[in-house]
Design a protein around this ligand. Structure first.
Ligand SMILES: [Zn+2]
Length: 315
């Protein structure tokens, strides 16, 4: 089933290309501290159940923070989390946020076959929708893992009824990214004349390069002055919205430490104590919304420029 028939183009909510300031997008990837790709070698999935979970308390902390500033966001749930803590999914919905899909097992898409990807996605959607009692329209790949090698995933997402994706990071990185991909929201033109909207995480151009900004480790580790400069560029120069993303574990300095490579530890543990204050500063100074405004039924997304998606054939 495709969502195309249900897409309501609507007005441009960001004030894109007009004189008003853009309303930015706030998103949270709901996963536990031990699920991140950087620790996958040290934390086999079969041990997840036995580990002290902190995702519920940490997500409540995020919900309270958003309530304080009256901000609504999109929460991309790992299916495993939704299965174990369905009441958390319900809480997020009840507090007016959008729930969306962050896979079931938090495996990189490029490590799966198309069939495995479809199966994992279906399991996650079923679990999240059962817990929430609402439809899921959005997808974000674990570790931004929709890369040039697995653009087939976009066709599968459209076939499975997703209206939008936020997984393609237009940067060079050792674990993910599609260098040279579009930096601002657009729509993929897919097989069978299907479309899928794409909301890339934010990048800025500096010294001829696209650099990541305003999300996860980049928001937590790089100076706050850099993030503020990015918002200024987006509001005054590009007139586009910043897509902010982070994880509930990034607000939890007390989380158990996992032994792994120094690089992974540096990325995961730096500035955990500063993160809440940084988020508060953004929530105080800028306006945010979820990707899809929660509506009674259907989706409410924007009309975006449609682009031919470069594709590598698969069998
Ligand atoms: Zn994730």
């Amino acid at each position: 089933m495709t969502m195309n028939g249900m897409l309501i183009p609507g007005k441009t909510l960001t004030g894109n290309k007009s004189n008003s300031k853009p309303v930015h997008i706030m998103s949270v990837d709901v996963e536990d501290y031990f699920m991140v790709e950087a620790f996958a070698g040290s934390v086999p999935r079969k041990t997840w159940d036995a580990r002290p979970s902190r995702v519920v308390t940490n997500t409540w902390r995020v919900l309270d923070l958003f309530d304080k500033f009256n901000v609504k966001a999109t929460f991309f749930f790992v299916g495993w989390v939704a299965q174990k803590f369905p009441e958390l999914v319900r809480d997020v919905c009840a507090r007016g946020h959008e729930v969306a899909c962050h896979s079931f097992w938090h495996r990189t898409v490029y490590s799966l076959t198309p069939e495995e990807f479809r199966e994992d996605t279906r399991a996650a959607v079923r679990t999240i929708e059962d817990a929430a009692g609402v439809r899921v329209y959005g997808y974000r790949a674990p570790s931004w893992s929709i890369t040039k090698e697995c653009l087939w995933a976009l066709d599968i997402l459209a076939e499975e009824g997703f209206a939008y994706d936020s997984s393609i990071y237009p940067i060079h990185h050792d674990l993910y990214g599609v260098p040279g991909a579009q930096r601002f929201p657009y729509a993929h033109q897919l097989e069978g004349s299907r479309t899928l909207l794409e909301f890339p995480p934010t990048t800025v151009r500096l010294l001829g390069q696209s650099l990541p900004a305003a999300g996860g480790g980049y928001l937590r580790i790089l100076p706050l002055a850099y993030t503020r400069w990015v918002f200024r560029e987006f509001e005054q120069e590009y007139r586009e919205r910043v897509v902010v993303y982070f994880h509930p574990w990034e607000l939890d300095p007390e989380q158990p430490r996992i032994r792994d490579k120094w690089k992974s530890r540096l990325r995961h543990y730096t500035n955990l104590k500063k993160m809440e204050r940084r988020l508060e500063s953004l929530l105080e100074n800028y306006s945010f919304r979820p990707f899809n405004e929660p509506v009674e039924s259907g989706v409410r997304l924007e009309a975006l420029p449609v682009l031919e998606t470069m594709r590598v054939p698969h069998d």
